[in-house]
Design a protein around this ligand. Structure first.
Ligand SMILES: Cc1ncc(COP(=O)(O)O)c(C=O)c1O
Length: 413
């Protein structure tokens, strides 16, 4: 992470690249979220500059030729490099404890880019059954056309992951905690398995973010992000990223440069601002979600609560080892059927009925008919997506107001 065009030793502290290298390594995660990767320009701006430009000018033809050939540093075109996007990449890499990061136009673009850059016809992926629905569509409808095979296994079924490995297996792909049931994978145990078979391990860290969990430190090779969620934190922009060692990120960077699923500089600037408050927000989301999960567990109209922060959740012990808190997403089953769950959701007033999560605004959704609506009935049953399941993404509103809203829902049952 030392490819700055600015000289940090030029003696002008406020013009220098202030947080990189050894200095960055001495800092806590909260500080890195606010400071890492910033490159001040000659304007001495305090907040990060937004380089809203698609291309860059050259001093002369020799400079243009040299930049194009990689003989000198300096930007050429924003699909290749953009200083604001690079600032975001460096900050997220610092937070995840990674060598490098490549930003993408969405979380799905990040997943697609991993597969395009690292897989070839005949390769095999083992994927958690609980991944985001678009990942299943991407693998089953598109990558299959190019001869990439997929086996789905239960997220927590370590023996199932081991049994699914074939000589062609190149990638394990999973999300932990899973959405919406908060299942927890043992990242360290899966990393041991992938190391043994020279398989890449990619972990979607969307629900925890590096503020609560660092999969690379537990042995993962790549971390995938939908920046659209908590990295933004206020529901404004689409974006994604892949973070990891250079050997994994470099091929993806080449793919993104050539193929074009690059992050918009404007979005990168919004995500940079989001990262500044990430630790604070994740701790606040987690504290409120735990409070609400416990409250839901005491309600007679609730059949079951799914939140890894609860001691009775099967993933609680592993989550406690590999996460510093449990995040803001939880789900529960109301006593009743689909109509009951719909009545409950429709009677809430404060929580937004929307598919997104990771927002300052709490959201509520009925997974069986929205986010997981495309699954067959059998697939829903095996994924635990019952008709009476309700998912909450707990935002930053007062907990008492959120509980009053849930009571509105309960009054309609
Ligand atoms: C866990 C998870 N991963 C990936 C994605 C895809 O991200 P995006 O919508 O930014 O493409 C989502 C979207 O909801 C998600 O919830």
């Amino acid at each position: 992470m030392t490819d700055s065009p600015f000289d940090p030793t030029d003696g002008a502290k406020n013009c220098a690249l202030v947080v990189e290298g050894e200095f960055a390594q001495s800092l806590q995660r909260e500080t890195l979220g606010v400071r890492a990767g910033q490159r001040r320009t000659a304007e001495d701006e305090h907040s990060e500059a937004l380089f809203l430009t698609s291309s860059y000018v050259f001093k002369d033809c020799a400079d243009a030729a040299s930049r194009f050939s990689g003989g000198s540093s300096g930007s050429v075109y924003s699909r290749y490099t953009n200083p604001t996007v690079r600032n975001f990449e460096l900050r997220l890499a610092a937070l995840e404890g990674a060598d490098d990061c490549i930003a993408t136009s969405s979380g799905m673009a990040a997943t697609m880019s991993i597969c395009l850059a690292h897989l070839k016809a005949g390769d095999h992926i083992v994927c958690s059954r609980d991944v985001f629905g678009s990942t299943v569509v991407l693998l089953d409808n598109f990558f299959v056309k190019f001869g990439v095979k997929v086996t789905y296994v239960g997220l927590t079924d370590l023996a199932g992951w081991a049994a699914a490995v074939t000589p062609e297996t190149r990638l394990f792909f999973l999300e932990t905690p899973s959405n919406p049931l908060n299942e927890i994978a043992n990242i360290g145990a899966l990393a041991e398995l992938t190391r043994k078979h020279s398989i890449m391990l990619a972990v979607d860290n969307c629900l925890c973010t590096p503020a609560l969990q660092q999969p690379l430190a537990l042995g993962a090779d790549m971390v995938v992000h939908s920046a659209t969620k908590y990295l933004d934190g206020q529901g404004r922009c689409l974006g994604g990223a892949v973070v990891g060692r250079a050997e994994f990120v470099d091929p993806i960077r080449s793919l993104v440069r050539a193929g074009g699923p690059s992050m918009s500089p404007f979005n990168a600037w919004v995500f940079l601002k989001g990262l500044e408050t990430l630790s604070l927000r994740m701790n606040a989301h987690s504290a409120s979600a735990l409070h609400i999960a416990r409250w839901l567990g005491e309600q007679a109209w609730v059949e079951k609560v799914f939140y890894a922060g609860l001691e009775n959740h099967p993933g609680h012990a592993i989550a406690k080892q590999q996460q510093s808190a449990f995040g803001g997403v939880l789900s529960f089953r109301v006593r009743g059927d689909k109509a009951t769950a719909w009545r409950f959701i429709d009677a809430t007033r404060l929580m937004s009925l929307t598919a997104n999560l990771g927002d300052a605004k709490s959201t509520i959704v009925h997974p069986a008919t929205t986010t997981h609506g495309r699954l067959s009935d059998a697939a829903k049953v095996s994924a635990g997506i019952t008709d009476n399941l309700v998912r909450l993404s707990i935002g930053l509103e007062a907990r008492s107001d959120l509980i009053t809203d849930l009571e509105r829902g309960a009054a309609a049952l």
